[in-house]
Design a protein around this ligand. Sequence first.
Ligand code: URP
Ligand code: ZN
Ligand code: ZN
Ligand code: ZN
Length: 486
Amino acid sequence: MTTVIKGGTVVTADRQWKADVAIEGETIAAIGEDLAGDSYIDAEGAYVIPGGIDPHTHLEMPFMGTTAAESFESGTFAAAAGGTTMLVDFCLPGADGSIRNAIHDWHRKSAPQICTDIGYHMAITGWNESIFDEMKDAVEMGVNSFKHFMAYKGALMVEDDEMFASFSRCRELGALPMVHAENGDLVAALQEKYFAAGMTGPEGHAHSRPPELEGEAANRAITIADAAGTPLYIVHVSCEQAHEAIRRARQKGMRVYGEPLIQFLTLDETEYFHPDWDHAARRVMSPPFRDKAHQASLWAGLQAGSLQVVATDHCAFTTAQKRRGRDDFRLIPNGSNGLEERLAVLWTEGVETGRLTPEEFVAVTSTNIARILNIYPRKGAIAVGADADIVVWDPKISRTIRAASHHSVLDYNVFEGVEVTAQARFTLSRGEVVWAWGQNSRPQPGRGRFVSRPPFPSAAQALSRWKALSAPRAIRRDPLNIPAGI
Ligand code: URP
Ligand code: ZN
Ligand code: ZN
Ligand code: ZN
């Protein structure tokens, strides 16, 4: 059985050209003109792009005394409706602290529910011998990236020495360290200060997490990664200060990657000053939305290549959950939505405005992260042999984002009322149509698969070799030329 996606313009991270795409089973079998098949998918007037990969989600994650409301089923289906065919979710250790058990737990929750493919990053939330040992197990279980929280003091936060130890372990294993960059000690102190001064509402969240604290932490993480001799991925980059740190590191030849969120590119901190408490609290996340001036920096980073990936950090808490912090902004569960909206908003605000080319759009929504996470070209590519995770992307469907019509379980949407001008006409996951615009598609829980990501020693090895070659050395001197002691 051959299915042919007919009449579209294929867009990859390199180029675009008119071509049909033939699929056999789960993979792409041919790309070319006038391909014949047993069935056809209409791509006339549309782009044919690799399915989006969202590398930053928190589905059903226990956090801040509650559990994120988006399930693996609703999350992966909402993703498919928005043109995203793979997401990478953050796996947190449970009470026993075991990495292996946490991964099994995530499999147990996700496997029966997922409609499209997923992977995991593992969170490192402390440091001891069993974490050191179990990081190897994680890599063997297909998890090749480890996130470190520099914020959430008293909960998930790790110290510099712990990060150095963990980053060094990542280097040995060929795994990628990631950081949530915010100075957690100072955030805690500023939270205390503003709360004590009577600022109890969501604006206190924004004021207690200024961009300088993110820039400082980004610089510190970069310094630690350099000392450990490993690349580094900085999640949810929200501001010029963090971007500047990444830019500077890259100019020095360091392999540092930065991930702005679609929220940070398009929404700003005035949301926290909204008179309606619910409106403001629904947008509480860390780092917070920033002054609008930061958006130009983030867009420029995507254009120049100093920032590589647009993600969502989708971590959905309902209005009822947000109200846990009604009297104290420090108790509002942190997180916002975007899994379904990411591609459409980025296309509208990026490609339609001329800030990004369609090729750059593909690079930052799938190809770059597939490379960074070592799953390219199986994912993130339109190429013969690649998984047929493909989106027929229609740049002529306009719609208004509404909670009333989205596929998330949330009772609101931070993009409510935003007009978008493009939409997935069809979303295919490994050759199967999982979403068709206007055709009442239903979730198919359990058909998605866990994507094992092998370690990638090359960058760490190259860095280690260079470090060894350029390491400080003792000078060998002729003993006769060394002055005698007294
Ligand atoms: O506010 C956020 N970002 N919630 C999710 C946890 C994290 O820090 O990524
Ligand atoms: Zn298992
Ligand atoms: Zn984070
Ligand atoms: Zn996150």
